[in-house]
Design a protein around this ligand. Structure first.
Ligand code: NAD
Ligand code: MG
Length: 398
């Protein structure tokens, strides 16, 4: 059994929503998992608390400027973990020979290089950081194959699809398994029924108040604009080797079904559960076995309302822009991902309106060069170009 052997884990982005949920699941099974390293960027107090909770061998600060402050916080707690700083340390704690599993839960493009380091070291990689697949899908998947890494999706939809596919599913071969379609569900976010005339006055706090999931601020805004579902569309394409026509986005506001696989005989297999990321995290940690995640069982007596609809293009322009980018290829998806990070950051800082996010993304997509990206260095350069273009657009809108 996979979980009969003690597994050693690195948690990238431990202070975030996914990171903390990961430590929560791990802490329930001290006989099965130990933490090798945790990493954090800005929330130093949370990082100290986590270190106290899981006693990692290493703590990595991605921002070297926080070192002095962090050390004094840590000393006060009498914690014995070793503190490392910077980009190379992030990669080292992923590729270290002691490590079996890496949770990739840094938000945004910053997650790409450490995640790739884990892939290249052939680890079990639990992928929450969807942006790394959006940026570099083909190169990333090639590396997974070349270095025999084990890539398990943590994004709840992709984890659900993974659970609904047959065990002998062959990458990209839907016909062989009799699969007609992948049904990617999404809640529609907090503004599903808000009159579109009010979209201009949406505040960051309103956008971050998701009706069914509690998440970090960037992904919360992405969920409100449904850019998140667009990024997930691209993520699904690469994870399972799909064609754009194989994926249908379905609105399901209750977030109980986390996605579905439709078979050619008319069967639809769905994965259900309460909206709590500890379920997919636990499945990634223990696959192919199952462990307790701390998540309550679904109470079917309280699930009276189950509804489905098609997402409206006028309400969710970002979803359709991302699908368009997906059809255009890697340069387009890298560009829209970079532009979206810049735009969401500007929105969260009050510099642009909620509706401006789609404007920035649309223009970035229109203006980007659709060149072939054949290396990670090229991907990062293309990402940087799209960012400067997006920053310029933000300045004009501000
Ligand atoms: P979050 O904002 O709560 O946490 C982000 C983490 O990344 C923090 O630990 C932070 O310290 C770290 N970080 C931020 N900037 C960094 C940088 N420049 N360098 C290094 N580390 C940095 O985000 P989250 O909600 O936990 O999401 C993490 C990832 O998981 C995202 O890619 C998101 O799309 C994905 N995801 C999240 C959820 C969810 O429910 N929260 C669900 C599915 C997928
Ligand atoms: Mg998701």
């Amino acid at each position: 059994n996979y979980v009969d052997i003690m597994r050693t884990i690195t948690v990238l982005g431990a202070t975030g929503s996914i990171g903390q949920n990961t430590i929560d699941v791990i802490s329930r099974h001290p006989d099965k998992f130990r933490v090798f390293a945790i990493t954090g960027h800005a929330n130093l107090k949370a990082l100290v608390q986590l270190a106290m909770q899981c006693s990692p061998r290493y703590i990595v600060l991605s921002d070297p400027n926080t070192y002095t402050t962090f050390i004094s916080l840590l000393k006060a707690e009498n914690c014995h973990s070793e503190v490392l700083v910077g980009a190379k340390a992030l990669e080292d704690v992923c590729s270290a020979p002691e490590v079996d599993t890496v949770m990739s839960a840094i938000v945004g493009a910053a997650g790409l290089l450490p995640t790739l380091a884990a892939v290249r070291a052939g680890k079990r990689v639990l992928l929450a950081n969807k942006e790394s697949l959006v940026m570099s899908g083909e190169l990333f998947m090639n590396a997974v194959r070349e270095y025999k890494a084990e890539l398990l999706p943590i994004d709840s939809e992709h984890n659900a699809i993974f659970q609904c596919l047959p065990h002998d599913f062959e990458y990209g071969n839907l016909d062989k398994s009799g699969i007609a379609k992948i049904l990617l569900t999404g809640s529609g976010g907090p503004f599903r029924t808000l009159p579109s005339e009010s979209f201009d006055s949406i505040t960051p706090d309103q956008a971050c108040a998701h009706p069914t999931w509690t998440m970090g601020r960037k992904i919360s805004v992405d969920s409100a604009s449904m850019m998140n579902k667009g990024l997930e569309f691209i993520e699904a394409k690469w994870l399972f080797g799909l064609h754009e026509n194989d994926i249908e986005v379905v609105l399901h506001p209750q977030s109980t079904i986390h996605s579905m696989v439709q078979y050619t005989d008319g069967s639809v297999i769905a994965q259900l559960g309460n909206p709590d990321m500890r379920t997919p995290i636990a499945y990634g940690l223990s696959f192919p076995e199952r462990i307790n995640s701390g998540v309550d069982a679904v109470d079917f007596s309280s699930l009276c309302d189950f509804s489905f609809s098609k997402p409206d293009e006028a309400r969710y322009p970002n979803l359709y822009l991302a699908i368009e980018a997906c059809k255009q290829g890697q340069a387009a998806t890298t560009a829209i991902n970079a532009a979206n990070e810049v735009a969401v950051d500007a929105f969260l800082k009050g510099q642009i309106k909620f509706t401006d996010i789609a404007k920035v993304n649309q223009q970035a997509l229109q203006k980007t060069d659709l060149i072939e990206l054949t290396s990670i260095v090229q991907v990062l350069e293309h990402d940087e170009e799209a960012r400067s273009l997006a920053r310029e657009l933000v300045r004009k809108l501000n």
